[in-house]
Design a protein around this ligand. Structure first.
Ligand code: ADP
Ligand SMILES: Nc1ccn([C@@H]2O[C@H](COP(=O)(O)O)[C@@H](O)[C@H]2O)c(=O)n1
Length: 865
């Protein structure tokens, strides 16, 4: 390792080039730009592999020292020879092929940096000490290595041992390489040179052997006579060896006795270099970072999961395969004990026993996508969670944790598929250490790491990071480049979350209106956009692996949607907590075929009505009313204790007194029917606030879990305000399928209606209606009524006498009886309009007891209101 203190930062700076588990793409070397072009902007714009040359790769620098004629050059040649094989291409330096990728090696001799002798020195050459450090231009040598390390070429001088001078007009052009070997008698003498080396080898050969070789070499190759060689040796070479060369041996990482004769040592060195070449630069400086060995299978899987167009199914499949490999590699770092077993042949097999004290901790939410792979590798492993939650825009992070009680005694596999800035990892590791887990017992597993995130190794040097690839960098938005996007989002089982800007339903709605003769239907997504604040989710699977989500189209197979983009984040959090509760308390999800199990559905509704928060903060800080649909008749059923335990669990971990207060209340609904109706008739308020308020369409509305509520509250609010514009002041309104009467009551308040009549078949909604009416401004002088009835039965009787008919159709669609009535109204209005002189038709209809103002609300100038 380099001695200089800033070497880690230096390498970190340089280590932003993409590196596929040590395999670089061919051709990177030929197009290295100067460091001036390597700006963050350049790097961040590089979203693809082809942009990788922007970041120079850190060469592996090997220093080879030893006394004169010890065999330094011979050892270097042997290393180079062993590194390359028959696939090597010789350019102006040596190329090495590893794993199908080309590496290039350059060897530099310290001798090239001998200062040329002046004429005066030349005259007294026998008195010149070529073995003293001052005989070399070490500044120039440092400059050369630094340039090569930063990817720049260098003109290396050519030295002539016969004339003791440098060739004045020719140089050897040396280009940047993956491996630089620097050899010479004094390459370990100067600290600056040592600091530039990643590996230092000292060739240790007996002095008499070296002298014999030197005599032969200098007389044969360097034109010397034997006397001068011996004289020089006694006067300069030997003393300098004792004073400068031998003392520098202590800096060596590897000492090779017998030089080139030592094949074992050279083999080991070559192995080490191969390993280092196959590693990311960060692995060279952080011994606690492990990148699983790349194969074309692994590259292939990365290619698939990084492709933005991969199907969700394939993404889940291939990322799971990769995660298993990372998990297996991580498990390999655990301690083991020896174990012997008797095989079926009666022989003894001496093997090892796995480490038993182990657990997985996932960083919620993406980390959970690694849990299945972990479970598949470690049967029955205990898995805990850490949630790091950004609280608003102030960056404050709240941490929720659920860890095994005996975690200090366990080795921890910390799970998060993407290591980006390292902030979450830092927090999670800190928390584990606080809880008593020794740092050296934490193995952090991820699929992709950004160099910036790997910094955690600096802070926690005993921690281990196992990853499958180290990416190039983070962009300005702190996303890993090239990366694979938000892992959690891509891994969610939901198939509807793409094209959210134009959901499929918009096309279906356009078709529907076209069939009614309205061809210019538009959908104002920009104004209506927002999260869904209400979700009814089926709970299936098993207590160990619960599925909480929606039915796959046309089936009752539940698709888990832990990170649904459409849902309010608080719903996702509550689903997460519920999932944990189900697993920890052994709550059995409902089995539709058998009719068995405890938990059938959950309804999550978010209230953003929190006047203690500034208005701008309310929407994102919504709290969730959780309604658990329990598979029992009432609280006397045997599984009621479990329901209570689950409700308490949710409240304890997400309720008012928890660190992360996002649960508004917990309710139970008892349902034992085998039909498809979600809710039963019995509702119980269990914990939290009973009242659930929202502010919509200009009024405060109460929504009990039993009453119908719109899913997207922002969109609904916008719709109500739009609708209000079409209703004249003082109008009389019939609100069909009214639920808690939100539309009708909003019109009553904002349009000062004469009367508002709400018709709703679900009698549970009446309570919410009444609570809302209580909060309407006292100044409202509207005759308001709520009728428990089915609007499709004799609809005319509900419409009669109203000037405005509001129809918010139920999920099953409108009954033909009502459609017929609405059509009749429409044609009557048409007739009324076409009779310009006489309005007797309208008069007639008034006489019959109803009058339609304008058009039905849902149709105006061809647009949905
Ligand atoms: N193991 C060896 N056995 C025999 N001769 C060797 C051996 N290693 C090196 N030599 C010879 O000794 C001389 C010096 O070796 P060299 O590798 O150039 O040493 P250095 O670079 O340390 O000066 C060369 O002529 C070389 O052929
Ligand atoms: N003009 C010169 C320069 C150097 N030497 C000797 O070379 C030796 C270093 O080369 P090795 O291959 O032996 O490492 C060194 O000991 C110098 O004495 C020389 O004789 N003439």
């Amino acid at each position: 390792m380099p001695e200089e203190t800033n070497s880690i930062d230096y390498v970190m700076e340089k280590a932003s080039g993409p590196h596929f588990s040590g395999l670089r793409l061919d051709g990177l070397l030929s197009s290295r730009p100067s460091s001036a072009t390597n700006t963050p902007a350049h790097r961040t714009s590089s979203a693809s592999v082809s942009a990788s040359p922007l970041a120079p790769k850190q060469p592996f620098v090997i220093g080879v020292s030893g006394g004169t004629a010890s065999g330094k050059t011979t050892v270097c040649d042997m290393i180079i020879q062993q590194l390359h094989d028959h696939r090597v291409v010789l350019v102006n330096r040596i190329s090495l092929m590893l794993g199908g990728m080309a590496y290039q090696i350059t060897s530099i001799m310290q001798d090239s940096f001998y200062r040329g002798l002046t004429p005066a020195e030349l005259e007294r050459v026998h008195e010149y000490n070529f073995d003293h450090p001052d005989a070399f231009d070490t500044d120039q040598l440092v400059d050369c290595i630094q340039k090569l390390r930063s990817g720049q070429p260098y003109q290396v001088p050519i030295y002539d041992f016969k004339s003791h001078r440098r060739c004045s007009d020719s140089f050897r052009q040396v280009n940047a390489s993956d491996v630089i070997i620097l050899e010479g008698i004094l390459v370990f003498h100067d600290q600056r040179v040592r600091n530039l080396m990643n590996m230092k080898i000292f060739v240790d050969t007996d002095a008499d052997v070296r002298l014999a070789r030197r005599i032969r070499r200098d007389t044969v190759e360097r034109g010397r006579d034997i006397n001068s060689v011996l004289e020089q040796y006694a006067k300069f070479v030997k003393p300098a060896f004792d004073d400068f060369v031998l003392p520098s041996k202590k800096y060596a990482d590897v000492i090779i006795p017998r030089g080139g004769d030592n094949h074992v040592a050279i083999d080991l060195i070559v192995q080490h270099i191969r390993t280092k070449l196959g590693q990311h630069d960060l692995c060279k400086i952080y011994p606690n970072v492990y990148v699983i060995q790349s194969t074309f299978q692994i590259r292939g899987m990365h290619t698939l999961i990084r492709d933005k167009d991969i199907s969700k199914h394939d993404f889940v499949f291939y990322s799971d395969r990769l995660i298993r490999l990372v998990v297996e590699h991580g498990l390999g770092h655990l301690p083991f004990t020896e174990k012997q077993v008797i095989t079926p042949t009666g022989s003894v097999y001496t093997g090892v026993d796995f480490c038993k004290k182990l657990c997985g901790i996932s960083i919620v939410r993406s980390g959970e996508s690694m849990e299945n792979a972990l479970r598949a590798c470690c049967k029955g492993i205990k898995i805990g969670k850490i949630l790091i939650h950004r609280d608003g825009d102030n960056g404050k992070q709240l941490i929720y944790e659920k860890l095994p009680k005996d975690i200090p005694e366990r080795h921890v596999l910390l799970l998060d598929p993407v290591l980006a800035t390292g902030n979450s990892a830092n927090q999670a590791i800190e928390l584990l250490i606080q809880k008593g887990v020794p740092e050296s017992h934490i193995i952090f597993l991820n699929l992709i790491s950004a160099p910036e995130g790997i910094h955690v190794c600096k802070r926690f040097p005993s921690l281990k990071i196992v990853t499958s690839e180290i990416d190039a960098a983070l962009n300005e938005e702190f996303r890993v480049i090239p990366g694979m996007g938000e892992f959690g989002d891509r891994c969610s089982g939901c198939t509807q979350e793409f094209n959210l800007h134009r959901p499929v339903i918009v096309d279906e709605a356009a078709e529907f209106f076209k069939s009614l003769g309205i061809s210019d239907f538009t959908f104002d997504s920009s104004r209506l956009w927002g999260w869904r604040c209400r979700a009814k989710l089926a709970v299936r699977g098993s207590s160990k692996n619960p599925l909480i989500g929606l039915y796959e189209e046309g089936t009752h197979n539940v698709v888990d949607i832990p990170h649904c983009k459409a849902h309010h984040p608080s719903i996702n959090l509550a689903v997460q907590l519920l999932r944990q509760g189900v697993t920890e308390l052994n709550v059995e999800p409902y089995d539709e075929d058998q009719g068995t199990g405890d938990l059938r559905y959950v309804q999550m509704a978010v209230t953003t009505y929190n006047t203690s928060l500034p208005a701008s903060e309310r929407y994102k800080n919504g709290k969730v009313q959780v309604a658990l649909v329990w598979n029992s008749r009432n609280e006397n059923s045997p599984n009621f204790d479990k329901l209570n335990a689950l409700a308490n669990y949710l409240w304890r971990n997400g309720g008012r007194r928890s660190d992360v207060y996002f649960i508004h209340s917990v309710w139970a609904n008892f349902q034992t029917s085998t039909n498809n109706i979600i809710f039963g008739n019995r509702w119980r308020h269990l914990l939290g606030d009973r009242d659930f308020w929202e502010h919509l369409g200009g009024i405060d509305i109460s929504l009990a879990p039993s009453s119908f509520g719109q899913a997207n509250t922002r969109a609904f609010d916008a719709l109500l305000r739009k609708l209000q514009k079409y209703v004249s002041l003082g109008a009389s309104v019939a609100d069909l399928y009214a639920g808690a009467g939100v539309i009708g009551l909003s019109l009553a308040a904002t349009r000062k209606c004469r009367s508002v009549k709400c018709i709703e078949v679900n009698k549970e909604s009446k309570l919410s209606f009444e609570r809302t009416v209580e909060r309407l401004p006292k100044s409202i002088d509207t005759s308001i009524s709520w009728h428990h009835a089915d609007a499709s039965v004799e609809p005319l009787s509900w419409i009669m006498g109203s000037e405005v008919v509001v129809v918010d159709p139920p999920r099953k669609g409108l009954d033909s009886s009502l459609v017929d009535v609405l059509r009749t109204i429409s044609s009557l209005e048409h007739k009324a309009k076409s009779s310009s002189e006489c309005n007797s038709n309208i008069k007639d209809e008034k006489d019959h007891g109803f009058y339609v103002q304008g058009k039905p609300w849902w149709k105006s100038e061809g647009k949905l209101l």
